[in-house]
Design a protein around this ligand. Structure first.
Ligand SMILES: Cc1cc2nc3c(=O)[nH]c(=O)nc-3n(C[C@H](O)[C@H](O)[C@H](O)COP(=O)(O)OP(=O)(O)OC[C@H]3O[C@@H](n4cnc5c(N)ncnc54)[C@H](O)[C@@H]3O)c2cc1C
Length: 452
Protein backbone atom coordinates (compact mmCIF):
# COMPACT_ATOMS: atom_id res chain seq x y z
CA UNK A 1 0.00 0.00 0.00
CA UNK A 2 3.05 2.31 -0.22
CA UNK A 3 2.06 5.78 -1.43
CA UNK A 4 3.52 6.87 -4.80
CA UNK A 5 6.48 9.27 -4.48
CA UNK A 6 4.43 11.96 -6.20
CA UNK A 7 1.86 11.84 -3.36
CA UNK A 8 4.59 12.45 -0.78
CA UNK A 9 5.98 15.36 -2.83
CA UNK A 10 2.50 16.90 -3.12
CA UNK A 11 1.99 16.52 0.63
CA UNK A 12 5.28 18.30 1.27
CA UNK A 13 4.31 21.09 -1.15
CA UNK A 14 0.82 21.39 0.38
CA UNK A 15 2.19 22.04 3.88
CA UNK A 16 5.44 23.96 3.27
CA UNK A 17 5.38 25.77 6.63
CA UNK A 18 5.71 22.53 8.65
CA UNK A 19 9.04 21.15 9.87
CA UNK A 20 9.90 18.38 7.36
CA UNK A 21 12.94 16.11 7.23
CA UNK A 22 13.67 14.69 3.77
CA UNK A 23 17.38 13.88 3.91
CA UNK A 24 17.51 10.08 3.29
CA UNK A 25 20.03 9.31 6.07
CA UNK A 26 17.99 11.17 8.67
CA UNK A 27 14.72 9.63 7.50
CA UNK A 28 16.33 6.18 7.69
CA UNK A 29 17.60 6.87 11.23
CA UNK A 30 14.20 8.14 12.38
CA UNK A 31 12.62 4.96 10.97
CA UNK A 32 14.55 2.76 13.40
CA UNK A 33 14.08 1.78 17.00
CA UNK A 34 15.86 -0.81 19.14
CA UNK A 35 14.44 -3.82 17.28
CA UNK A 36 18.05 -4.81 16.55
CA UNK A 37 18.03 -6.51 19.98
CA UNK A 38 16.26 -9.28 18.03
CA UNK A 39 18.12 -11.08 15.24
CA UNK A 40 14.70 -12.03 13.84
CA UNK A 41 13.41 -8.45 13.67
CA UNK A 42 16.76 -7.26 12.35
CA UNK A 43 16.22 -9.57 9.40
CA UNK A 44 12.50 -9.02 8.86
CA UNK A 45 12.65 -5.23 9.18
CA UNK A 46 15.78 -4.68 7.09
CA UNK A 47 15.23 -1.87 4.60
CA UNK A 48 11.86 -0.81 6.03
CA UNK A 49 11.57 2.94 6.41
CA UNK A 50 9.39 5.99 5.96
CA UNK A 51 9.54 8.37 3.00
CA UNK A 52 9.56 11.63 4.95
CA UNK A 53 9.46 12.85 8.56
CA UNK A 54 7.27 15.64 9.91
CA UNK A 55 7.91 17.22 13.31
CA UNK A 56 4.76 19.05 14.44
CA UNK A 57 4.74 21.50 17.34
CA UNK A 58 1.02 22.22 17.74
CA UNK A 59 -2.23 20.29 17.64
CA UNK A 60 -3.19 22.24 14.55
CA UNK A 61 -0.03 21.07 12.74
CA UNK A 62 -0.82 17.46 13.70
CA UNK A 63 -4.38 17.93 12.43
CA UNK A 64 -3.17 19.29 9.08
CA UNK A 65 -0.76 16.38 8.54
CA UNK A 66 -3.40 13.80 9.55
CA UNK A 67 -6.00 15.36 7.24
CA UNK A 68 -3.60 15.58 4.29
CA UNK A 69 -2.46 11.96 4.75
CA UNK A 70 -6.10 10.82 4.86
CA UNK A 71 -6.94 12.73 1.66
CA UNK A 72 -3.90 11.34 -0.18
CA UNK A 73 -4.05 7.82 1.32
CA UNK A 74 -0.52 8.10 2.76
CA UNK A 75 0.50 5.80 5.66
CA UNK A 76 1.28 7.63 8.90
CA UNK A 77 3.50 6.15 11.62
CA UNK A 78 3.95 7.96 14.92
CA UNK A 79 7.32 8.14 16.62
CA UNK A 80 8.00 9.24 20.20
CA UNK A 81 11.72 8.83 20.90
CA UNK A 82 12.21 5.56 19.01
CA UNK A 83 13.34 3.48 22.00
CA UNK A 84 10.76 0.74 21.37
CA UNK A 85 12.06 -2.81 20.96
CA UNK A 86 9.82 -4.39 18.34
CA UNK A 87 10.12 -2.13 15.31
CA UNK A 88 6.95 -0.51 16.64
CA UNK A 89 7.67 2.84 15.00
CA UNK A 90 9.37 1.42 11.89
CA UNK A 91 6.98 1.90 8.94
CA UNK A 92 6.39 -1.28 6.96
CA UNK A 93 4.75 0.60 4.09
CA UNK A 94 6.68 3.88 3.91
CA UNK A 95 4.79 7.15 4.19
CA UNK A 96 5.09 9.85 6.83
CA UNK A 97 6.80 9.46 10.18
CA UNK A 98 5.20 11.84 12.66
CA UNK A 99 7.96 12.72 15.12
CA UNK A 100 6.14 13.89 18.26
CA UNK A 101 9.23 15.11 20.12
CA UNK A 102 8.37 18.77 19.51
CA UNK A 103 4.87 18.40 20.95
CA UNK A 104 6.01 18.20 24.52
CA UNK A 105 4.38 20.66 26.95
CA UNK A 106 3.70 19.69 30.55
CA UNK A 107 0.08 20.79 30.95
CA UNK A 108 -0.87 20.53 34.63
CA UNK A 109 -0.36 18.62 37.87
CA UNK A 110 -2.51 18.25 40.94
CA UNK A 111 -2.02 15.91 43.92
CA UNK A 112 -1.86 12.39 42.47
CA UNK A 113 -2.33 13.20 38.78
CA UNK A 114 -0.71 15.11 35.92
CA UNK A 115 -1.18 15.59 32.21
CA UNK A 116 1.20 16.40 29.37
CA UNK A 117 1.47 16.41 25.61
CA UNK A 118 2.53 13.07 24.17
CA UNK A 119 6.04 14.04 23.05
CA UNK A 120 7.32 15.05 26.50
CA UNK A 121 10.24 13.00 27.75
CA UNK A 122 9.41 10.96 30.83
CA UNK A 123 12.39 12.44 32.69
CA UNK A 124 11.10 15.96 32.00
CA UNK A 125 7.59 14.94 33.06
CA UNK A 126 8.97 13.64 36.36
CA UNK A 127 11.04 16.78 36.93
CA UNK A 128 7.86 18.84 36.64
CA UNK A 129 5.76 16.52 38.80
CA UNK A 130 8.43 16.41 41.52
CA UNK A 131 8.11 20.14 42.11
CA UNK A 132 4.78 19.16 43.70
CA UNK A 133 6.18 16.09 45.50
CA UNK A 134 4.88 13.52 42.99
CA UNK A 135 6.34 11.34 40.23
CA UNK A 136 5.29 8.80 37.61
CA UNK A 137 4.21 5.49 39.14
CA UNK A 138 6.30 3.34 36.78
CA UNK A 139 9.03 4.35 34.37
CA UNK A 140 11.03 2.38 31.82
CA UNK A 141 14.80 2.32 32.16
CA UNK A 142 14.80 4.56 29.04
CA UNK A 143 12.99 7.33 30.97
CA UNK A 144 15.62 9.96 30.15
CA UNK A 145 14.76 9.86 26.45
CA UNK A 146 11.50 7.92 26.04
CA UNK A 147 8.31 9.91 25.53
CA UNK A 148 5.02 9.79 27.42
CA UNK A 149 3.10 8.91 24.23
CA UNK A 150 5.64 6.15 23.51
CA UNK A 151 5.29 4.71 27.02
CA UNK A 152 1.50 4.75 26.73
CA UNK A 153 1.41 3.37 23.18
CA UNK A 154 4.32 0.94 23.30
CA UNK A 155 5.58 0.47 26.86
CA UNK A 156 4.85 -1.78 29.80
CA UNK A 157 6.21 -0.30 33.01
CA UNK A 158 9.50 -0.62 34.84
CA UNK A 159 10.87 0.97 38.01
CA UNK A 160 7.86 1.48 40.26
CA UNK A 161 5.94 -1.53 38.87
CA UNK A 162 6.90 -3.30 42.09
CA UNK A 163 4.37 -1.02 43.78
CA UNK A 164 1.84 -0.20 41.05
CA UNK A 165 2.12 -3.07 38.56
CA UNK A 166 2.25 -2.49 34.82
CA UNK A 167 1.08 0.93 33.61
CA UNK A 168 -1.92 -0.85 32.08
CA UNK A 169 -3.22 -1.87 35.53
CA UNK A 170 -6.50 -0.13 36.32
CA UNK A 171 -5.95 3.34 37.74
CA UNK A 172 -2.44 4.08 36.44
CA UNK A 173 -3.49 5.65 33.13
CA UNK A 174 -6.28 8.12 33.71
CA UNK A 175 -7.09 9.52 30.27
CA UNK A 176 -5.90 10.29 26.75
CA UNK A 177 -6.80 12.89 24.21
CA UNK A 178 -6.55 11.41 20.73
CA UNK A 179 -7.03 12.40 17.09
CA UNK A 180 -8.36 10.42 14.15
CA UNK A 181 -6.79 10.20 10.71
CA UNK A 182 -9.54 11.43 8.40
CA UNK A 183 -10.05 14.27 5.93
CA UNK A 184 -11.70 16.09 8.86
CA UNK A 185 -9.86 14.71 11.94
CA UNK A 186 -11.92 14.35 15.11
CA UNK A 187 -10.48 14.76 18.58
CA UNK A 188 -11.74 12.52 21.38
CA UNK A 189 -11.12 12.37 25.13
CA UNK A 190 -11.03 8.80 26.41
CA UNK A 191 -11.00 8.13 30.13
CA UNK A 192 -10.35 5.05 32.28
CA UNK A 193 -11.06 1.76 30.47
CA UNK A 194 -11.72 3.60 27.19
CA UNK A 195 -8.21 5.10 27.31
CA UNK A 196 -6.76 1.59 27.77
CA UNK A 197 -8.24 0.61 24.38
CA UNK A 198 -5.31 2.56 22.90
CA UNK A 199 -2.66 1.33 25.35
CA UNK A 200 0.16 -0.76 23.81
CA UNK A 201 -1.50 -0.61 20.39
CA UNK A 202 1.63 0.88 18.80
CA UNK A 203 -0.13 3.93 17.38
CA UNK A 204 -2.40 1.82 15.18
CA UNK A 205 -5.76 3.01 16.47
CA UNK A 206 -5.36 6.75 16.94
CA UNK A 207 -2.88 9.59 17.32
CA UNK A 208 -2.27 10.23 21.01
CA UNK A 209 -2.10 13.95 21.71
CA UNK A 210 -2.11 14.06 25.51
CA UNK A 211 -1.86 11.53 28.33
CA UNK A 212 -3.08 11.97 31.91
CA UNK A 213 -1.29 9.73 34.41
CA UNK A 214 -1.87 8.87 38.05
CA UNK A 215 1.20 9.70 40.15
CA UNK A 216 3.03 8.27 43.16
CA UNK A 217 4.56 10.19 46.07
CA UNK A 218 8.14 11.12 45.12
CA UNK A 219 10.69 9.80 47.62
CA UNK A 220 14.45 10.34 47.87
CA UNK A 221 15.58 7.15 46.10
CA UNK A 222 18.99 5.69 47.00
CA UNK A 223 20.62 2.85 45.09
CA UNK A 224 22.59 -0.25 46.07
CA UNK A 225 24.31 -3.25 44.55
CA UNK A 226 24.21 -6.36 46.71
CA UNK A 227 26.13 -9.50 45.74
CA UNK A 228 25.52 -13.13 46.69
CA UNK A 229 27.50 -16.35 46.29
CA UNK A 230 24.41 -18.49 45.92
CA UNK A 231 21.62 -17.86 43.39
CA UNK A 232 18.86 -19.39 45.52
CA UNK A 233 19.73 -17.11 48.43
CA UNK A 234 19.71 -14.12 46.09
CA UNK A 235 16.34 -15.14 44.67
CA UNK A 236 14.83 -15.66 48.12
CA UNK A 237 16.26 -12.31 49.18
CA UNK A 238 14.66 -10.50 46.24
CA UNK A 239 11.35 -12.18 46.94
CA UNK A 240 11.35 -11.37 50.65
CA UNK A 241 12.35 -7.75 50.01
CA UNK A 242 9.63 -7.48 47.35
CA UNK A 243 7.08 -8.81 49.84
CA UNK A 244 8.24 -6.60 52.75
CA UNK A 245 5.42 -4.06 52.95
CA UNK A 246 7.30 -1.73 55.26
CA UNK A 247 10.33 -1.34 53.00
CA UNK A 248 9.60 1.40 50.46
CA UNK A 249 11.29 0.49 47.19
CA UNK A 250 11.15 1.26 43.51
CA UNK A 251 13.02 -1.62 41.88
CA UNK A 252 14.54 -4.99 42.71
CA UNK A 253 16.51 -6.44 39.80
CA UNK A 254 18.28 -9.76 40.13
CA UNK A 255 21.03 -10.92 37.79
CA UNK A 256 22.31 -14.49 37.88
CA UNK A 257 25.94 -15.24 37.15
CA UNK A 258 27.28 -14.63 34.47
CA UNK A 259 24.98 -11.64 33.66
CA UNK A 260 26.73 -9.24 36.13
CA UNK A 261 29.95 -9.75 34.14
CA UNK A 262 28.30 -7.99 31.18
CA UNK A 263 27.88 -4.78 33.22
CA UNK A 264 31.46 -3.77 32.52
CA UNK A 265 31.10 -0.19 33.77
CA UNK A 266 30.07 -1.57 37.18
CA UNK A 267 32.88 -4.16 37.22
CA UNK A 268 34.60 -2.74 40.32
CA UNK A 269 31.45 -3.54 42.34
CA UNK A 270 30.88 -7.03 40.96
CA UNK A 271 33.15 -9.87 41.94
CA UNK A 272 33.64 -12.57 39.28
CA UNK A 273 31.05 -15.32 39.60
CA UNK A 274 28.67 -13.32 41.79
CA UNK A 275 24.89 -13.07 41.52
CA UNK A 276 23.83 -9.44 41.93
CA UNK A 277 20.77 -7.56 43.12
CA UNK A 278 20.42 -3.96 41.95
CA UNK A 279 18.13 -2.03 44.25
CA UNK A 280 16.34 1.31 44.29
CA UNK A 281 15.06 1.98 47.82
CA UNK A 282 13.68 5.02 49.65
CA UNK A 283 16.46 6.53 51.73
CA UNK A 284 14.41 6.25 54.90
CA UNK A 285 13.99 2.50 54.21
CA UNK A 286 17.71 1.82 53.78
CA UNK A 287 18.17 0.40 57.30
CA UNK A 288 15.18 -1.88 56.87
CA UNK A 289 16.54 -3.09 53.51
CA UNK A 290 19.92 -3.74 55.16
CA UNK A 291 18.23 -5.99 57.71
CA UNK A 292 16.87 -8.15 54.90
CA UNK A 293 20.23 -8.11 53.08
CA UNK A 294 21.97 -9.30 56.27
CA UNK A 295 19.43 -12.08 56.77
CA UNK A 296 20.33 -13.56 53.38
CA UNK A 297 24.08 -13.01 53.61
CA UNK A 298 24.26 -10.35 50.88
CA UNK A 299 27.20 -7.95 50.60
CA UNK A 300 26.60 -4.29 49.74
CA UNK A 301 29.28 -3.42 47.18
CA UNK A 302 27.92 -0.09 45.98
CA UNK A 303 25.82 2.63 47.56
CA UNK A 304 24.67 5.97 46.12
CA UNK A 305 22.55 8.41 48.08
CA UNK A 306 19.53 10.04 46.44
CA UNK A 307 21.49 13.28 46.30
CA UNK A 308 24.39 11.59 44.50
CA UNK A 309 22.05 9.95 41.99
CA UNK A 310 20.40 13.28 41.23
CA UNK A 311 23.67 15.23 41.06
CA UNK A 312 25.54 12.74 38.85
CA UNK A 313 22.49 11.57 36.81
CA UNK A 314 24.14 8.16 37.08
CA UNK A 315 21.50 5.62 38.02
CA UNK A 316 21.43 1.85 38.37
CA UNK A 317 18.10 1.98 36.55
CA UNK A 318 20.19 2.17 33.38
CA UNK A 319 21.40 -1.38 34.14
CA UNK A 320 17.94 -2.79 34.86
CA UNK A 321 15.01 -3.92 32.67
CA UNK A 322 16.04 -3.96 29.03
CA UNK A 323 19.13 -1.91 29.81
CA UNK A 324 20.62 -5.16 31.14
CA UNK A 325 20.19 -6.59 27.64
CA UNK A 326 21.66 -3.44 26.08
CA UNK A 327 24.73 -3.65 28.32
CA UNK A 328 25.16 -7.35 27.50
CA UNK A 329 24.84 -6.66 23.77
CA UNK A 330 27.62 -4.07 24.03
CA UNK A 331 29.90 -6.93 25.11
CA UNK A 332 28.53 -9.74 22.93
CA UNK A 333 26.50 -8.89 19.83
CA UNK A 334 25.39 -12.49 19.34
CA UNK A 335 23.14 -12.41 22.42
CA UNK A 336 19.42 -11.76 22.39
CA UNK A 337 16.62 -11.92 24.98
CA UNK A 338 13.09 -12.96 25.89
CA UNK A 339 10.33 -11.48 28.03
CA UNK A 340 8.51 -13.86 30.33
CA UNK A 341 5.84 -13.61 32.99
CA UNK A 342 5.78 -15.97 35.94
CA UNK A 343 2.74 -17.15 37.86
CA UNK A 344 2.44 -15.47 41.28
CA UNK A 345 3.07 -18.07 43.97
CA UNK A 346 4.92 -20.37 41.56
CA UNK A 347 7.33 -17.69 40.36
CA UNK A 348 10.40 -18.79 42.32
CA UNK A 349 10.03 -22.41 41.22
CA UNK A 350 9.57 -21.27 37.62
CA UNK A 351 12.77 -19.19 37.76
CA UNK A 352 14.65 -22.20 39.11
CA UNK A 353 13.11 -24.42 36.44
CA UNK A 354 14.31 -22.13 33.64
CA UNK A 355 17.86 -22.30 34.99
CA UNK A 356 17.60 -26.06 35.21
CA UNK A 357 16.12 -26.47 31.71
CA UNK A 358 18.51 -24.21 29.82
CA UNK A 359 21.69 -23.92 31.89
CA UNK A 360 24.12 -21.56 30.22
CA UNK A 361 21.93 -20.96 27.14
CA UNK A 362 19.34 -18.78 28.93
CA UNK A 363 20.84 -16.44 31.52
CA UNK A 364 18.49 -15.30 34.22
CA UNK A 365 17.55 -11.63 34.72
CA UNK A 366 14.63 -11.22 37.09
CA UNK A 367 12.60 -8.09 37.88
CA UNK A 368 10.20 -8.16 40.84
CA UNK A 369 6.86 -6.44 40.35
CA UNK A 370 3.16 -6.62 41.09
CA UNK A 371 0.99 -8.39 38.54
CA UNK A 372 -2.05 -6.80 36.87
CA UNK A 373 -4.07 -8.40 39.70
CA UNK A 374 -1.86 -6.94 42.40
CA UNK A 375 0.12 -10.05 43.38
CA UNK A 376 3.81 -9.62 44.14
CA UNK A 377 5.74 -11.81 41.74
CA UNK A 378 8.56 -11.50 39.25
CA UNK A 379 9.00 -11.25 35.55
CA UNK A 380 12.15 -11.88 33.61
CA UNK A 381 14.08 -10.63 30.64
CA UNK A 382 16.46 -13.55 30.29
CA UNK A 383 19.45 -13.18 28.02
CA UNK A 384 19.60 -15.89 25.39
CA UNK A 385 22.73 -17.17 23.68
CA UNK A 386 21.33 -17.07 20.16
CA UNK A 387 22.14 -19.90 17.78
CA UNK A 388 19.31 -20.15 15.21
CA UNK A 389 15.78 -18.82 14.83
CA UNK A 390 14.52 -22.40 15.04
CA UNK A 391 16.19 -22.89 18.41
CA UNK A 392 14.83 -19.53 19.63
CA UNK A 393 11.30 -20.68 18.70
CA UNK A 394 11.97 -23.99 20.45
CA UNK A 395 13.09 -22.21 23.62
CA UNK A 396 9.88 -20.15 23.58
CA UNK A 397 7.85 -23.34 23.10
CA UNK A 398 9.60 -25.04 26.03
CA UNK A 399 8.84 -22.05 28.27
CA UNK A 400 5.18 -22.20 27.25
CA UNK A 401 4.99 -25.99 27.60
CA UNK A 402 6.12 -25.48 31.19
CA UNK A 403 3.35 -22.99 31.89
CA UNK A 404 5.53 -19.88 31.61
CA UNK A 405 4.08 -17.04 29.56
CA UNK A 406 6.37 -15.49 26.95
CA UNK A 407 5.63 -12.02 25.54
CA UNK A 408 7.49 -12.66 22.29
CA UNK A 409 9.84 -9.73 21.55
CA UNK A 410 10.79 -11.18 18.15
CA UNK A 411 7.69 -10.13 16.24
CA UNK A 412 6.30 -6.84 14.92
CA UNK A 413 2.70 -8.09 14.96
CA UNK A 414 0.78 -6.73 17.96
CA UNK A 415 -1.24 -9.89 18.54
CA UNK A 416 1.89 -12.09 18.57
CA UNK A 417 3.66 -9.98 21.22
CA UNK A 418 2.48 -8.92 24.66
CA UNK A 419 -1.18 -8.97 23.53
CA UNK A 420 -0.77 -12.75 23.35
CA UNK A 421 -3.63 -13.41 20.91
CA UNK A 422 -6.65 -11.79 19.30
CA UNK A 423 -7.38 -8.19 20.26
CA UNK A 424 -10.66 -7.33 21.98
CA UNK A 425 -13.35 -6.27 19.50
CA UNK A 426 -13.53 -2.85 21.22
CA UNK A 427 -9.90 -2.18 20.20
CA UNK A 428 -10.66 -2.96 16.55
CA UNK A 429 -13.86 -0.89 16.74
CA UNK A 430 -11.83 2.06 18.00
CA UNK A 431 -9.45 1.61 15.07
CA UNK A 432 -12.41 1.67 12.70
CA UNK A 433 -13.50 4.93 14.33
CA UNK A 434 -10.16 6.74 14.56
CA UNK A 435 -8.35 5.22 11.57
CA UNK A 436 -11.10 4.24 9.11
CA UNK A 437 -8.69 4.13 6.13
CA UNK A 438 -6.14 1.92 7.93
CA UNK A 439 -3.30 4.43 7.52
CA UNK A 440 -1.84 4.30 11.03
CA UNK A 441 1.28 2.11 11.25
CA UNK A 442 -0.17 -0.36 8.71
CA UNK A 443 0.83 -4.02 8.85
CA UNK A 444 1.29 -4.25 12.62
CA UNK A 445 -2.29 -5.18 13.59
CA UNK A 446 -3.24 -8.64 12.35
CA UNK A 447 -6.93 -7.87 12.86
CA UNK A 448 -6.70 -5.15 10.20
CA UNK A 449 -5.43 -6.58 6.91
CA UNK A 450 -3.43 -4.26 4.68
CA UNK A 451 -4.76 -4.13 1.11
CA UNK A 452 -2.33 -5.84 -1.29
C1 LIG B 1 17.54 -0.26 26.60
C2 LIG B 1 16.04 -0.29 26.64
C3 LIG B 1 15.40 -0.43 27.85
C4 LIG B 1 13.99 -0.47 27.91
N1 LIG B 1 13.37 -0.62 29.11
C5 LIG B 1 12.02 -0.61 29.17
C6 LIG B 1 11.34 -0.72 30.42
O1 LIG B 1 11.95 -0.75 31.48
N2 LIG B 1 9.99 -0.74 30.40
C7 LIG B 1 9.26 -0.61 29.24
O2 LIG B 1 8.05 -0.59 29.30
N3 LIG B 1 9.89 -0.47 28.06
C8 LIG B 1 11.23 -0.47 27.99
N4 LIG B 1 11.86 -0.30 26.79
C9 LIG B 1 11.05 0.00 25.61
C10 LIG B 1 10.82 1.53 25.40
O3 LIG B 1 11.98 2.25 25.76
C11 LIG B 1 9.67 2.09 26.22
O4 LIG B 1 8.50 1.36 26.04
C12 LIG B 1 9.41 3.57 25.94
O5 LIG B 1 8.40 4.03 26.80
C13 LIG B 1 9.00 3.86 24.50
O6 LIG B 1 8.91 5.27 24.36
P1 LIG B 1 9.36 5.99 23.01
O7 LIG B 1 8.99 7.43 23.11
O8 LIG B 1 10.77 5.72 22.68
O9 LIG B 1 8.39 5.27 21.98
P2 LIG B 1 8.62 4.89 20.46
O10 LIG B 1 9.58 3.78 20.35
O11 LIG B 1 8.89 6.11 19.67
O12 LIG B 1 7.16 4.38 20.10
C14 LIG B 1 6.63 3.23 20.69
C15 LIG B 1 5.30 2.93 20.01
O13 LIG B 1 4.36 3.93 20.39
C16 LIG B 1 3.83 4.59 19.24
N5 LIG B 1 3.66 6.00 19.60
C17 LIG B 1 4.60 6.85 20.10
N6 LIG B 1 4.05 8.05 20.35
C18 LIG B 1 2.74 7.96 19.97
C19 LIG B 1 1.65 8.88 19.96
N7 LIG B 1 1.78 10.13 20.40
N8 LIG B 1 0.45 8.46 19.46
C20 LIG B 1 0.30 7.18 19.02
N9 LIG B 1 1.29 6.27 19.01
C21 LIG B 1 2.49 6.66 19.48
C22 LIG B 1 4.83 4.37 18.13
O14 LIG B 1 4.20 4.36 16.85
C23 LIG B 1 5.35 2.98 18.48
O15 LIG B 1 4.50 2.00 17.96
C24 LIG B 1 13.25 -0.31 26.71
C25 LIG B 1 13.91 -0.17 25.49
C26 LIG B 1 15.29 -0.16 25.45
C27 LIG B 1 15.97 0.03 24.14
Amino acid sequence: MNAPASNIEQLHLELPDLDWITEPNKVARLSQDFSWFSPVLKRTLAGKQGDIVCKPRTEDEIRRVAAACARRNIPLTVRGSGTGNYGQSTPLHGGVILDMSGYNAFLWARPGAARAQAGIRLGDFDTQARTMGWELRAIPSTYKTASLGGLFSGGFGGAGSINYGPIGATGNILAVRAMSVEAEPQVVELRGPDALLMHHLWGTNGLVLEVEMALAPAHPWMEMIVTFDDFDRALEFGNVLAHSPGVVKKDICLLADPVPAYLTTLAEHLTPGCHAALLIVAEFSEDAALQVIERFGGRVTYRASAEQVTATRRTLLEYMWNHTTLNALKVDKTLTYLQTTFTPGKHLDQVRLVRQLFGDEVLMHVEFLRSMDGFTTCTSLPIVRFSTEERLREIIRIFRDNGIRVNDPHTYIIEEGKAGGDLPQAVVDLKRKLDPHGLLNPGKMRAWAVPG
